[in-house]
Ligand binder design. Structure first.
Ligand code: FAD
Ligand code: ZN
Length: 481
């Protein structure tokens, strides 16, 4: 990212910065070290960047005008939402001299149409605000993730966020009907159509979904809403392994007509960490089992039929040996406690030393095969390594983390092995026609893996799109590529 200190160019950039400051006014301009700090630091402290200023435009038109000035002066821009990226995508590099464009002031829910089942919102709306707006209108906006109180819908769209509800409702790519985008040259594209059917040439919005801010700044979106479920049933099943998990999923989907809204697998090693390190967690079973399946079903009725269906499926799975034991939550609090076991694994892992993380996907039918093959390969590579595998088995997306051996290793020495374990796990994933980044994107930390694993033709097409939309390369430089 080293930039040439061309005096004319520097003068032009300084002039552009002054014009941007005038344009956005005092409310939209931060250039003190203290004020910029939260925008230049990754929340976990993994990255710290620099910028000439943080700019917070007050309207889509202002975003476009800022981009026009940046484009003319060759001033680079890092778009930023809630800054919760897990791949360093929202933080500029240390030698960055452009602006961070924060969407924090674009926070209006513009319209909710309960008949069309859509909500139209500014990109800077916090995810939780959209969920609440939907709920207030007796609807469901189904995207839900750990960072929902902080992350913004524009960031969710730009990372094609998924989470625990993808199995039932899809990820952001499937939840967005229309977009409004400020293009890198300063034009504002109004694609805010809330249509279920629209076959009029290329689907332009898809270019920007998952683009990690490298093709433009999303300023608004039309999102899909769904009926709000009336009944939720949560259960935890002790199972022999991932093969059983997949068979159980098929049976549950058949019985409930696709009512499975959450389906999370945890190996014993993963659950054990959550039990050992997070206060309040307790094992609902009195015996140790190899694997656990968290199940959440939702449905439109409150007549108990959902629970009856679950009990029937569990009983027959027990007879076939696919379930060894099971508990069904009797209250919302018990349901929350079961979810907490799953949700506290990431936090618990930190107490067990360094961890090399893989956020991978394979076809659902290959999940068990993947877990077996990868675990055998990792354990053969390093004595005592601890595989912590958990996640969205119904989407084929497993958080496949490996922790340092309990003894004899320092964290730093173990993390130096990351390239070796990335290669082992990602080779297996690729051989199964899977993905090396299923949820969190590429950002800055998975660039080399992307270049290694995506086909040259695919990379060429991605670069062609980037060059067409952002010929000056001002948008989020050094991310993805
Ligand atoms: P930021 O982090 O600010 O930005 C992310 C990327 O999008 C950057 O490249 C940025 O430049 C770009 N960007 C942001 N806004 C715009 C815009 N308006 N226009 C163009 N580009 C933009 N992800 C999942 O998919 N599933 C999960 O379950 C999940 N759980 C998480 C749990 C926690 C506790 C945390 C911290 C993160 C989690 N994530 C998860 C990561 C996820 O990517 C983010 O939480 C979220 O989607 C990013 O939103 P944000 O507003 O914070 O975006
Ligand atoms: Zn996940």
């Amino acid at each position: 990212m080293t930039e040439l200190p061309d005096p004319a160019a520097m003068k032009q950039r300084a002039a552009a910065l002054a014009k941007i400051r005038d344009l956005v006014g005092a409310r939209g301009w931060i250039d003190s070290a203290e004020g910029m700090a939260p925008h230049l630091e990754e929340q976990r402290g993994n990255f710290t960047g620099a910028a000439a200023a943080v700019v917070k435009p007050g309207s889509p038109e202002e975003v476009a005008a800022v981009l026009r000035l940046c484009h003319e002066a060759g001033l680079p821009v890092v778009p930023q939402g809630g800054n919760t990226s897990l791949v360093g995508a929202s933080i500029p590099y240390e030698d960055f001299t452009g602006v961070v464009l924060s969407t924090g002031r674009l926070n209006r829910v513009r319209e909710l149409d309960p008949i069309n089942n859509t909500v139209t919102a500014d990109a800077g709306c916090i995810l939780q605000t959209i969920q609440q707006a939907a709920s207030d209108a007796d609807r469901l906006f189904p995207l839900s993730l750990g960072a929902e109180g902080t992350c913004q819908i524009g960031g969710n769209i730009s990372t094609n966020a998924g989470g625990v509800g993808v199995l039932r409702y899809g990820n952001m790519r499937e939840l967005v009907l229309g977009l409004e985008v400020a293009l890198p040259d300063g034009r504002l594209w109004d694609g805010l159509r809330g249509l279920r059917k629209d076959n009029t040439g290329y689907d332009l919005k898809q270019w920007f979904i998952g683009a990690e801010g490298t093709l433009g700044v999303i300023t608004g979106a039309v999102l899909k809403l769904f009926p709000k479920p009336r009944e939720t049933v949560t259960a935890l099943a002790a199972i022999p392994g991932p093969d059983a998990s997949l068979r159980l999923l098929s049976a549950l989907q058949r019985e409930t007509g696709g009512g499975v809204s959450g389906y999370e697998i945890m190996t014993r090693v993963a659950l054990q960490m959550a039990l050992d390190h997070i206060a309040g967690n307790r094992d609902p079973f009195d015996r140790i089992h190899p694997c656990y399946q968290l199940i959440e079903l939702t449905g439109p009725r409150t007549d108990g039929s959902l629970r009856a269906g679950l009990e029937a499926v569990l009983a027959s799975a027990m007879a076939e040996g696919d379930v060894r034991d099971a508990v069904i939550a009797e209250s919302t609090a018990q349901g929350r406690a079961l979810w907490r076991l799953r949700e506290s694994i990431s936090e618990a892992q930190k107490f067990e030393g360094a961890s090399i993380k893989h956020d991978v996907a394979v076809p659902v039918s290959r999940v068990a095969d993947f877990m077996r093959t990868a675990t055998a390969a990792c354990e053969a590579e390093l004595d005592g390594i601890r595989v912590v595998a958990f996640g969205h088995v119904g989407d084929g997306n497993i958080h496949y983390n490996v922790n340092q051996p309990a003894e004899g290793w320092t964290g730093d020495r173990f993390m130096a092995e990351q390239p070796r374990f990335n290669r082992i796990v990602h080779d297996i994933v690729t051989e199964m026609r899977g993905s090396i980044s299923a949820e969190h994107g590429i950002g800055r930390i998975k660039k080399a893996e992307l270049a290694h694993y995506r086909a040259p033709l695919e990379l060429e097409l991605m670069r062609a799109l980037k060059a067409q939309l952002d010929p000056g390369g001002i948008m989020n430089p050094g991310k993805i590529f």
